[in-house]
Design a protein around this ligand. Structure first.
Ligand code: SF4
Length: 349
């Protein structure tokens, strides 16, 4: 049995313990609130310090940054149309790319619009150099319609670029005119050959992208693609996106370009002997790309239209990516991860 002073001491200790258990959580929260990025209700710091915490959402392994929506062509099925002419300042774009690298990005693809339109290719050139030289990304690529690229661009920036993908939907000028990619006096095949030659001379992997639609679905491209011999020939089924190429507020009406799954399959069968062909039907395509728009917002296509997240520049990658609608499983299933660094490719054309 305790003496009166002992009982008093025990009561005092119990009261102190009760007080501590009530105050400790708010004290801890106050400590955290003094550290930026850890305060309750705030986004994680946009500099990658969240990496130590448990990651929420997918890793942005491969990102498509559509930094501009402007284009010199008017393809009728375009699903990233010129709804704005906004382009981020270079420093802000680089800041966003740093955040993506800190979040796990290994491949960046610059797309548009037409990437070589803004500052005549200087802007995309600087981004490509930054991603390879500063961020040391394993893979840096561009998708372009190929109409504005000059050899001097390759001289400056070719060494920093892993893959150049050039869009080519037809080898027939009348079909290109119908699609909205008429070359005028220029010969599309000759232009492709010239680009391929520059890629070869400056050590860049040459890729071709084709969108199969109502006007080219019957075409036989075996001979031309075999002669051009790209490292990959990506063949997409024409896709409808509400608000971009279909619907009331869209800038295009792509319904007349759409083909059925069976028609797409027949096109693939006709070209089954082209070993570099990589097919992508609507189902594989819709949610398996991480798309960043000109404000660096992820675009979520789950509901058939591009719904933007908040910008990674404002809330960080981890928060923004929650709203991307990205189907990581489908990304791997469609072969989204492949040998994408030119250092690992046997570049022989
Ligand atoms: S070249 Fe590409 S970005 Fe330009 S209009 Fe055609 S599909 Fe759209």
């Amino acid at each position: 049995m305790l003496s009166p002073p002992g009982r008093l001491l025990r009561l005092l200790l119990a009261a102190l313990a009760a007080l501590w258990s009530r105050l400790a959580p708010s004290g801890l929260w106050l400590c955290q609130a003094r550290r930026p990025g850890l305060a309750r209700g705030r986004a994680p710091r946009a500099d990658g310090d969240g990496a130590a915490r448990r990651r929420r959402g997918p890793v942005p392994l491969s990102v498509n940054y559509h930094f501009t929506r402007r284009c010199n062509y008017t393809c009728g099925f375009c699903f990233h149309t010129a709804r704005t002419s906004f382009v981020l300042p270079l420093e802000e774009a680089e800041r966003g790319l740093r955040l993506l690298k800190a979040a796990g990005m290994e491949k960046i693809n610059f797309s548009g619009g037409e990437p070589f339109l803004h500052q005549r290719g200087e802007f995309v050139g600087k981004l490509v150099q930054f991603c390879k030289q500063e961020l040391k990304l394993p893979s840096v690529s561009i998708v372009s319609n190929g109409s504005m690229i000059k050899e001097r661009w390759f001289k400056h920036y070719g060494k920093y670029l892993d893959i150049l993908a050039v869009s080519c939907d037809s080898f027939c000028e009348e079909v290109n005119v119908l699609i909205g990619r008429g070359q005028g006096k220029r010969n599309h095949v000759e232009n492709l050959q010239k680009l391929k030659k520059w890629c070869q001379n400056y050590g860049v992997a040459f890729k071709i992208n084709s969108v199969i639609n109502r006007f080219n679905v019957e075409e036989d491209m075996n001979e031309q693609i075999t002669a051009l011999n790209p490292v990959r020939w990506k063949v997409f089924q024409c896709l409808l996106i509400e608000g971009e190429n279909t619907g009331e507020d869209a800038l295009r009406e792509a319904e007349r370009f759409v083909i059925s799954d069976e028609e797409f399959e027949r096109f693939l069968q006709r070209h089954k002997d082209v070993s570099c062909l990589v097919p992508e039907c609507n189902q594989k395509m819709r949610n398996s790309y991480l798309i960043l728009d000109e404000y660096m917002r992820f675009l979520n296509c789950v509901n058939g239209r591009k719904e933007p997240s908040r910008s990674i520049l404002d809330v960080g990658v981890e928060d923004a990516i929650q709203f991307s609608g990205f189907d990581e499983k489908m990304f791997f299933k469609r072969g989204g991860k492949y040998i994408w660094s030119k250092a690992d490719m046997a570049l022989e054309w």
